[in-house]
Design a protein around this ligand. Structure first.
Ligand SMILES: Nc1ncnc2c1ncn2[C@@H]1O[C@H](COP(=O)(O)OP(=O)(O)OP(=O)(O)O)[C@@H](O)[C@H]1O
Ligand SMILES: [Mg+2]
Length: 329
């Protein structure tokens, strides 16, 4: 049975529209105008136990809204949602004890207290038996290398340290289902990798079911076998990461190591392929998929080539292409 099941979920926000200026304010006293924002507009998917699914799409696509509905923070406008057999917005305590929502942009720890105090508070809220609490905390502190900072006021921690503590707070009650909304946002690459590795380890160790949103394609590439791409509140793609590359990559990349000096003009005389990178002897060309092989042959015929590789473009490039210039999140 699916752990998460979403059927034709819609969430529309009513946004109050006020005309500018004083007249607008007075008018609005008498008649309010609302506009409906279709944040989530009829999405359906199922997630099986132990899956780690990447939920990606540009800013405003509806990702956070979906995760909030799945966590029971928001009522949907329509549609069915089941998580672990519960309807999230019933907010049953049995349900609350089995999932966690972590938001990279939001602080859930007490700012003026050491993280340890927030952990102890969670022990009470989630009614975690003390022996379990001690054991889980010890394991998490070890996995995240947090020993020295548990007693430091949260406000004095670095962003990365704080994020690690947020994860601990979210995991102390050993939830089976995790919603991670941009858990690596704003972190440097080293810390991003640490958090990413931790998520992977955690998922493998406990067979947790995880939905992850991220700005960083590195997270998605390394963690998620399956991705759901959402745009304007609708699902645009749901499947394997590799499939989206095969399906939507219109171009391939030719990486050539020339054996002799080469100029851009020499390449342009031979082909209209885009020169993506030029630092001889290494040159990278982007060429239509269907033309990749014949261009490779042409290059080998016309130049002394030390090495040549044809590769798929990076997932970043494909997603950027799909969503134009809008920022990917
Ligand atoms: N509380 C709210 N009231 C009104 N509109 C909202 C509210 N929250 C979100 N929206 C709107 O709903 C749409 C979806 O927002 P959401 O936060 O779910 O997007 P997102 O995919 O998480 O984007 P991002 O990548 O920027 O975090 C956006 O158009 C947003 O402006
Ligand atoms: Mg969001």
């Amino acid at each position: 049975m699916s752990v998460i099941s979403v059927k034709n979920l819609k969430k529309y926000y009513q946004v109050y529209q006020k005309e500018p200026g004083l007249t607008g304010s007075i008018k609005s006293l008498f008649s309010r105008r609302y506009q409906s924002v279709r944040a989530v507009d009829g999405i359906s998917f199922d997630i099986e136990p132990g899956e780690l699914v990447g939920f990606i799409g540009p800013n405003g696509a509806g990702k956070t809204t979906t995760l909030k509905v799945l966590s029971g923070l928001l009522y949907p406008t329509s549609g069915q949602v089941q998580v672990l057999g519960f309807t999230p917005f019933d907010r049953k305590s049995q349900f609350q004890k089995q999932f966690s929502l972590v938001m990279g942009q939001k602080n859930q720890l007490w700012w003026d207290l050491p993280a340890l105090d927030s952990f102890i508070l969670n022990r009470e809220i989630y009614e975690i038996p003390p022996a379990n609490f001690d054991k889980t905390l010890k394991a998490l502190v070890k996995m995240l290398d947090l020993k020295d900072i548990l007693k430091v006021q949260v406000r004095k921690l670095s962003l990365g340290q704080r994020m690690k503590c947020e994860l601990v707070a979210a995991l102390l009650h050993s939830p089976q289902v995790l919603f991670l909304d941009e858990p690596t946002i704003g972190l440097d690459v080293v810390m991003q990798k640490k958090i990413r590795d931790f998520i992977k380890n955690y998922q493998q160790k406990f067979n947790a079911t995880i939905i992850l949103t991220s700005h960083y394609m590195g997270d998605v590439r390394e963690l998620c076998d399956r991705i759901i791409v959402i745009d304007h509140g609708k699902i645009f793609f749901d499947g394997k990461l590799n499939t989206i590359i095969k399906k939507y990559a219109t171009h391939k990349q030719l990486e050539i190591i020339f054996a002799n000096p080469i100029t851009k003009d020499q390449i342009r005389k031979l082909t209209r392929a885009k020169i993506k990178y030029f630092d001889p002897p290494r040159v990278v060309l982007s060429v239509k998929k269907s033309l990749a092989n014949s261009l490779a042959v042409k290059l080998l015929k016309n130049f002394a080539v030390a090495d040549l590789n044809i590769t798929e473009p990076a997932i970043e490039d494909i997603i950027r292409q799909l969503f134009g210039d809008r920022e990917l999140a």
